[in-house]
Design a protein around this ligand. Structure first.
Ligand SMILES: NC(=O)c1ccc[n+]([C@@H]2O[C@H](COP(=O)([O-])OP(=O)(O)OC[C@H]3O[C@@H](n4cnc5c(N)ncnc54)[C@H](O)[C@@H]3O)[C@@H](O)[C@H]2O)c1
Length: 364
């Protein structure tokens, strides 16, 4: 069955949920399929590169998702949280692979959230100068975002994601069954990214199955990535809502791992606040009207995400961090909504940024 819409990356759609939904990331010889649906991790063995003799599965202790690559397989478990996204973990994974006699023709399988797929992807991209990786994302955020598009990387003490590569996976298996045990905060975090997609054209997901919702977001990301693999321009729109989110994270309002207290924000929760901020700012700049701002607030709060700055957040500090965000090439560059949709807007005046932040103080 194929119901491919013109220009759409969403190539198959099974409303009954029996067949996986297939989304193609069109990148020529680096192109691949994302399979979405309950149980799709069982397709793993059919996704292996020809000639792979063994596999290394990279995962975390609390995840508990079993996969069967259909070839001899060893499992390496990495620690939890942002601290695991380090060069030390990459070394640990690569040494584990070397001891297991893994070659370039073999395959790495990343089973986990964005931390696992980012670090395993980077290890795969450098092991033997490039070994295939298949992603099996097990968080909502991983399925709609982190596992797709080939950005891999680790953190340095000097900043997040400073070392990495563009290394496209060979395939991605978004098994919605694996989300059954996901903690509520992680669902909320994933919903922050889904709220972002609502302003990139993915709306009215409510009546759809979970697999269809995930697939619609994946199709959006696939289309953007296919048009700008290395983030020369358009791919930056995927950072919508992220400039303030990164500033909140850098200013210490976010948790580094899943053991977050109620007061600490998970990444997607910070993105929710960032979306409302971006809408307020776009309105101040005359790019959108009140109803569009209310739409932002409605979508974000509809996902039970915060729409106000956390108590104690200092606008001056946040502006400082936003100016340092690596997406800005001098001055303040933000992704903002407008008549032509979300796009990068350069040289945004700091006083308007302060004014927009003021609109986010306390619940309105
Ligand atoms: N490469 C990209 O394009 C991209 C995009 C967005 C985010 N990211 C990165 O993703 C990371 C965040 O990813 P995340 O939100 O998935 O967090 P995460 O990977 O830290 O996972 C959150 C927690 O959920 C646990 N978990 C994972 N799957 C589970 C399951 N099925 N059941 C129960 N627990 C489970 C994990 O062990 C972890 O404790 C950040 O480091 C961010 O930089 C990367």
């Amino acid at each position: 069955m194929s119901d491919r819409a013109p220009g759409s990356a969403w190539s198959q759609h099974d409303p009954g949920g029996l067949e996986p939904i297939r989304v193609r990331v069109e990148l020529g010889e680096r192109g691949y399929e994302v399979l979405v649906g309950p149980g799709v991790r069982r397709e793993l063995s059919s996704c292996l590169p020809p000639g792979a003799r063994r596999a290394t599965v990279v995962t975390q202790a609390g995840i508990g998702v079993d996969v069967d690559p259909g070839v001899p397989c060893q499992v390496v478990t990495i620690p939890d949280g942002e601290k695991a996204k380090s060069l030390a973990t990459v070394e640990e994974i690569c040494r584990f692979m070397a001891r297991g006699d893994m070659h370039r023709s073999d395959v790495v399988v990343a089973v986990g959230g964005g931390v696992v797929t980012d670090v395993a992807g980077y290890a795969a991209s450098s092991y033997h100068r490039g070994t295939a990786v298949i992603n099996v994302p097990t968080t909502l955020l991983g399925q709609v975002d982190a596992a797709i598009g080939g950005k891999t990387g680790v953190n340095l003490p000097e900043g997040k994601n400073l070392v990495g590569s563009f290394w496209q996976p060979l395939g991605v298996l978004c098994d919605t069954e694996t989300l059954a045990g996901l903690p509520a905060r992680e669902w909320r975090s994933g919903h922050g990214e889904m709220a972002k997609y609502a302003f990139l054209g993915v709306e009215d997901l409510d009546s759809l199955s979970l697999a269809e919702q995930v697939a619609r977001c994946v199709a959006c990301k696939a289309e953007v990535v296919a048009s700008d693999e290395r983030e020369g321009g358009r791919r930056m729109i995927l950072n919508y809502g992220h400039t303030l989110a990164h500033a909140l994270e850098a200013a210490g309002f976010a948790s580094e791992d899943a053991s977050s207290s109620e007061a600490e924000l998970r990444h997607g929760e910070a993105v929710g606040i960032g979306l409302v901020f971006a809408a307020e700012l776009a309105q101040l700049m005359g790019r959108i009207g009140t109803s569009r701002v209310e739409r932002h607030r409605g979508v974000v709060s509809g996902y039970d995400l915060p729409v106000s700055l956390p108590p104690g957040a200092d606008p001056a500090t946040l502006v400082q961090f936003m100016t340092r965000d690596k997406k800005s090439a001098g001055g303040l560059t933000l992704m903002l909504d407008g008549p032509g949709g979300v796009e990068p807007v350069h040289e945004v005046r700091p006083e308007l940024v302060h004014e927009a932040l003021d609109a986010l103080r306390g619940d309105r």
